[in-house]
Write a protein that binds this ligand. Sequence first.
Ligand code: NDP
Length: 246
Amino acid sequence: MKDKVIIITGASSGIGEATAKLLAEKGAKVVLGARREERLKALAEEIRAAGGEAIWQVLDVTRQADNDAIVKLAKDTYGRVDVIFLNAGIMPSSPLSALKTDDWHAMVDINIKGVLNGVAAVLPEFVAQKSGHVIATSSVAGLKAYPAAAVYGGTKFFVRDFMEILRMESAMEGTNIRTATIFPAAINTELLHTISEPGTAAGMAALYEQVGITPDRIANVVAFAIEQPADTNVSELTVGPTVQAW
Ligand code: NDP
């Protein structure tokens, strides 16, 4: 982990924030991206005050130019990129009959196209250096079907398939790019704030209140994947509370 240059998208809260803190504590140089500038600034200051290395840039993952710019920032500042954690996402779940079509499109744009844009930004670098680690946050909703999560789950099923093929193609092409896909369940973050349909929001809030765990549990697993030897790929990790649902 020491001195690895790690870009984290969705670093302004929840899983991204917790992961940034842990990786920086372990000696990584973290490059933080999200839309909320004040949050990124405060987090970078907190990490530096604790003796860590952090820089940040406002990033909207739906814009290719923003993704390219954060990769450039990492390279200009630290000389290279070792890991990108594609974690930005929203979960405005609802029954299909609610016809929340704006939410559907926003999830496709952020959860799918955001991952594509991030990979497009970093892949030339990883291919050229014949190393690199792409880590993405899917969800248990990317493994099983959950009512109200038709579109959210679809975006997360996409992430699983895409990451698995990235892993296979990298092995076939001999570029040594490692991949890890994380499948969290019920992590207490700001994610539920993105739900606009009142019935779904109430149901999810009750569930999370009952079983939710803290985002540092995901941070530990991301660190575990990064800390494996370079010839070892930990590809799929499910992390959630110890309940039967997933
Ligand atoms: P949070 O809402 O706390 O964090 C989401 C992060 O994504 C924020 O930093 C937000 O920052 C960022 N983000 C959202 N839209 C964009 C955008 N267009 N461009 C850049 N950044 C964006 O929730 P979590 O930490 O829980 O979510 C992180 C990931 O984990 C998501 O992909 C989510 O789907 C996944 N996940 C979470 C689970 C949970 O139970 N919490 C379960 C399964 C998966 P900003 O608004 O500042 O841009």
